[in-house]
Ligand binder design. Sequence first.
Ligand SMILES: NC(=O)NCCC(=O)O
Ligand SMILES: [Zn+2]
Length: 701
Amino acid sequence: MSSGSRRASRFLQEKEDEVPQWIPGLGTDKPRPRTLGTSFFGYVPDAFVEKTPFLPSEKKATTPTPKDSETKEAEHKSEGAPNGQYLDPSSSKEFQRDMDASSDEGVVTEEVVVPQRVERRAAEPWDAQSVDSTDGSAQNRLLIKGGRVVNDDMMQDADVYIEDGIIKQVGTNLHTPGGTRVVEAKGHLVMPGGIDTHTHMQLPFMGTFAVDDFYTGTRAALAGGTTMIMDFAIPQKGESLVEAYHRWRSWADPKVCCDYALHVGVTWWCDKVGKEMEELTEEHGINSFKMFMAYKDTWQLDDHDLLESFKQCKEIGALAQVHAENGDIIKENTAKLLDMGITGPEGHELSRPEEVEAEATNRACVLANQVGCPLYVVHVMSKSAADVVSNKRRQGHIVFGEPIAASLGTDGTHYYHKCWRHAAAHVMGPPLRPDCETPKYLMDLLANGDLQTTGTDNCTFSASQKALGKDDFTKIPNGVNGVEDRMSVIWEKGVVSGKIDPCKFVAVTSTNAAKIFNIYPKKGRIAVGSDADIVVWNPHATRTISAKTHYQAVDFNIFEGMEVHGIADYVICHGRVVVEEGNVRAVSGMGKFVPTPSHSPYVYGRVQERDIANAPKKVDRAPYDGPVIQLNNQGLTQAVESSIIPTNQEFYTRGPTRCGGLNLHDSSFHVSGAQMNDKSPKRPSVKVHNPPGGKASGSFW
Ligand SMILES: NC(=O)NCCC(=O)O
Ligand SMILES: [Zn+2]
């Protein structure tokens, strides 16, 4: 058989088996056939049926308006400081009654679900100790047996032995002490737990605060195979960054079920802010700062302040992050849309189209590159912003891009959905894009390395919170879910679609983040000495994502109805089994704050050499000793005749022009053979590479 026909027959054999190349030998399980059906979020059948938004004056409002929403908000007590009292999702039953009562023909309202798995209990720090006492040593020694270990650069069939939260051995025929707990991983992939680079648990924002807090949010993260989140401490304008950091620590430490790190926001600028950035980097384990180019009048920085903050990031070896959207344009567009009576969620998307994101992305890249500062663009939401990042990388900029589960898994057609609440549930900034090719495009850029990490921007608001903007899209709290489903969505859209292999999946869900934020190989790798944060992944199993069954506190899921392959059957965090065959046993306060050291070699490794190589060089030349114009005492330039008219009057018959220049009607040579510039210093000849009229090879002109 020729090699060509051998290849063809191998291909046919593979087609017949319908088994991806990385699966053979992985176990006996066959992937369960996927039920065919319309993926609710791949395409919204009626999304564009009626594009013209109906105005409140023309039709009865379809907005689900809970009568008691104001009361419920008041129950939050704290203004910008969450106190652990959260919206009771059971309120959504009343909410549903109201909606039913108000519904009539032609009014589209979706059911508001009550998440089934939200435990209404306060996070208690002492829970962390009870884990140790109940499970004892069995929790400290664990063997994951028979799986296929996947790192970003290789796969191997190997067992993993863990002691006291650290991976101690990886290989076959391991010697392990008696009493070691065994997790059977045959047919499973054993991968580093996910790192979600971008969350906002219990963020105080737009008059309320995100409903998923550090407890429900990190518990949901674990359920989906994510073992570390990176959240943002965001000071208000004029507020101390260090104080904001401590406040976030005090919210997170008692509640987190998995490890977490913090980025810190820079929402205003003065020298003190710069000093605090340094203090945070040196003393508090912060190596990344996010600057906002949107949210005019609150968090937005202008170009000057962006430059200052970028310079400071470089000075202290931190990574500058940007929320890249042009806030001035958004403000302008928003006013126009509201004037036109466009008050619904589609106005959010219309006010900030792709180019508004791309312009800011480009500007941030240019500003950062001009001061030699590495840049990380958070939540890349559009093709054009992604193109900016990838083109800048091709031009040699040190820039990283982070798409999120939402931009990879769904699209902005939902802003045109007839149910107000459904459309509002997708409001986030930058918005999802109505171009439904965008998710595939972004996945392709992750596949080829142009984009590097994946976050979620998980910042959830329930229906009654979103309803703050029922009459004005600018008041809809921005944010969507994702922390629980990111791994499954990326597996489905990336690996099942054939765009990325399991190694790349690991790279974009954990390893690249660990490298960029300088916590590798403690995180993001299955290797001896690494933290035992592991997901035992069943690539064959399927599930259907739903707010009814998710662990998050929010009452909506932007991936509702999406059927995904890939389930975290076991999740091990700090060497403890926290998810077991789908059951989550997370404990508040069990996670730890992970300091991120400055000067990450993956970010700053080439900066110093680059600065030296690209340093501007002075040109040695003879000083200019010709005439110099003089300035008058108003500081305006004024040509002083004597200084620009040569003394060789023989060439001049006419006076200078009105502006003091040479009158071109005069000849520059004299019948005596003298030239006008005979007395000027000799100029070196100039080689012009592209003379007018085309090149004459090798000659000067
Ligand atoms: N992204 C978003 O819509 N909400 C969270 C705040 C932010 O990151 O801009
Ligand atoms: Zn964000």
